[in-house]
Design a protein around this ligand. Structure first.
Ligand code: ADP
Length: 612
């Protein structure tokens, strides 16, 4: 015990409260052992010693037996670290018990109720059993306390803490079966040494400290990651708002200007703006994945329609670079599958986007195939191949990391922030799939994504949901329709956006009115009938969703069947579904594209109002 205590005192760096309480326990046991032996020896040599010395050594032995029990209880509480209010009240009860017991031992010198020395012999008194009560009580209390808090302990801690039963067992055996053995402190010291070896050695303590530091560091890192993600996403949102205006105005220039030079510049602005918006949207998607805001929503979808839509979206960029671009669907792929079409689309567009980005000449192609897993499920395979710069073997493992880009001079010169593949791999993970990449440096790459999908059954098709509007043909010039009798109300707090939307609808000849907030819109809707309301989402006076809810209560709105189109900078995939769920009839994301706006308005207008 002495060596262990020395080791503890000399080697332990961090002197916590728990450490101090354990030291107290060890010292109590050490002194207990000491007086146990001293008491036994004193009785053997009773003839040579005074009565007082004999009484003192044996009384101290009994006192330390109780005190060691109390020290153990104290240590267990400090170790577990959770003390309820009731348990705290018990401190006082336990301390009072110790005080009473001390007084009983002092009284015993006179009364001999517990023990006495008669004719140089040690004799048990009539109340001898009292001296076993406090220590047994404290030990059982400590063990029960540890067991009650077992959830905050692991086996390594719980077993030694409960192993203190040794002391209780030793005390009871000594009390009732073998009064002349020195079992109490012998077993007690073993129990305490077991605790020392399992939980309190300096090595273990420093390991624990290191683990705690690691844990704190991990929490800090997570916090920093969260702050980074939030910062990125709020910056992106901030940049998107003025960008919407820039791109919107640019579209107006493209529509209105007849000057070749001017439209050439405007096209360049549109191309650069599109790249920037792409990046911003990726950051926002990434932020949503990181913060767990992004859910996988499964619904039936047509594979052909999805692929056609992706093809149309990407064709323009491939054409711009003079690349051959193809998209094919395998014969065996079921027509309708159940999955998250928005995320699948995102994966396809990101992979094709990279293919186009990292290929200077040749072909980028996507093939969608499937393998039957069982009669109800298939493994969807999305394979995007290109004849681009390829990826070096040693870069392969890095490219899926966030913000990691292959350290290639060729690729570095291109646009991108290293988020596309990280989004692809996270989305694929969320859908229980996997991504594979094969590449031949200098020759091209093949990215293959495997995602399990359910084959749609009859019952799934009842509510097929909106068809993503993917089959709609987008005309390239002239308005989609004309409706001079239609009344459209534009609600936006931003003057430029209102002007922009009005200009974009100019060719359709609809009658346009504008208001700059939700409250004004409610007043206007109560006064005049409108066919369509273009309602901005984020407005200072009243949020667009709240404004919609209130507008739907207005009699005039109910009678005319006014349609509401959400206009929002929230271009995140899945946003459309969310707005429709909130009660909007259509959704247009900013930067507002003229054709999309016309399409949305047309789909909301009564057929009688459309003249062309
Ligand atoms: P970004 O394209 O924005 O840099 P990504 O996460 O999409 O970020 O891609 C990470 C890196 O992987 C890219 O920087 C590029 O080096 C490499 N990479 C991705 N796709 C291809 C591809 N089709 N061909 C060659 N390299 C690619």
């Amino acid at each position: 015990m002495l060596v262990s205590i020395l080791c503890l005192v000399l080697m332990r760096r961090n002197r916590t409260e728990r450490y101090r309480k354990f030291l107290k326990l060890m010292l109590a046991v050490l002194f207990g052992l000491f007086f146990d032996i001293l008491g036994a020896l004193s009785i053997e040599h009773a003839a040579e010693l005074s009565h007082f010395t004999l009484m003192l050594t044996n009384s101290l032995y009994f006192w330390f037996a109780a005190f060691a029990g109390l020290a153990y209880l104290d240590y267990a509480e400090a170790f577990v670290g959770e003390v309820t209010k009731r348990e705290r009240r018990m401190y006082i009860v336990n301390a009072v018990l110790m005080l009473l017991y001390t007084m009983v031992l002092i009284l015993n010198v006179k009364t001999g109720w517990i023990f006495s020395i008669e004719n140089n012999l040690y004799v048990h008194g009539p109340l001898h059993f009292i001296c076993y009560i406090p220590s047994t009580y404290y030990i059982f209390y400590g063990i029960i306390y540890a067991l009650l808090h077992y959830k905050s302990l692991n086996a390594r801690e719980l077993i030694p803490l409960s192993g203190v039963l040794f002391i209780a067992a030793g005390t009871l055996i000594q009390a009732f079966a073998a009064p002349y053995t020195l079992l109490t402190f012998f077993l007690g010291s073993i129990a305490v040494l077991v605790i020392l070896l399992f939980m309190e050695t300096p090595d273990y303590a420093s390991l624990q400290e290191t683990l705690e530091q690691l844990d704190t560091a991990r929490i800090e890192v997570q916090k920093a990651q969260r702050v980074k993600t939030e910062f990125l996403s709020s910056i992106s949102r901030e940049i998107k708002t003025p960008m919407n205006t820039v791109l919107g105005m640019d579209e107006l220039i493209l529509r209105e200007s007849k000057d070749e030079y001017i439209t050439g510049y405007a096209r360049d602005i549109a191309t650069a703006g599109r790249v920037l918006m792409d990046t911003l949207n990726k950051i926002l998607d990434y932020a949503d994945i990181e913060t767990g805001k992004l859910d996988i929503v499964n619904a039936p979808y047509k594979v052909q329609t999805l692929v056609k839509d992706v093809y149309k979206t990407c064709l323009f960029r491939a054409d711009e670079k003079g690349l051959k671009f193809t998209c094919d669907v395998g014969n065996l792929v079921p027509d309708i599958l159940v999955g998250d079409v928005v995320r699948l689309r995102q994966i396809m567009i990101n992979l094709i986007g990279n293919g186009i980005k990292y290929t200077t000449s040749g072909t980028v192609s996507m093939y969608v195939g499937s393998n039957e897993l069982d009669p109800k499920n298939v493994m969807l395979e999305i394979r995007v191949s290109d004849t681009g710069i390829g990826i070096k073997e040693e870069e392969m493992s890095r490219i899926f990391g966030t913000f990691d880009r292959a350290g290639d001079v060729l690729s570095r010169s291109g646009e991108g922030v290293g988020l596309g593949l990280s989004i692809v791999s996270k989305l694929t993970d969320m859908m229980n799939g996997e991504v594979k990449v094969e590449s031949n440096y200098g020759k091209g790459s093949v990215f293959t994504v495997y995602i399990p999908q359910k084959i749609a059954e009859e019952s799934d098709l009842v509510d097929n949901g909106p068809d993503q509007g993917v089959d709609r043909e987008v005309q390239t010039s002239g308005p989609l329709f004309k409706a001079p009798n239609a009344r459209v109300l534009i609600v936006d707090d931003n003057d430029i956006n209102r002007v922009l939307e009005a200009m974009l609808l100019k060719e359709t000849e609809v009658q346009i009115a504008e208001v700059n907030g939700g409250s004004e819109m409610l007043r206007e809707l109560a006064r005049t009938s409108y066919d369509v309301v273009l309602l901005d989402h984020i407005m200072p006076d009243m949020d667009g969703i709240e404004a919609l809810k209130r507008a739907k209560q207005i009699e005039r709105v109910k009678n005319t069947g006014t349609s509401f189109i959400a206009i929002t900078a929230n271009a995140l995939s899945g946003a459309r579904e969310e707005y429709l769920r909130q009660g909007f009839d259509e959704f247009v994301s900013k930067p507002v594209n003229g054709k999309h706006l016309e399409e949305a308005v047309m789909s909301c207008l009564d057929k009688n109002l459309i003249v062309h």
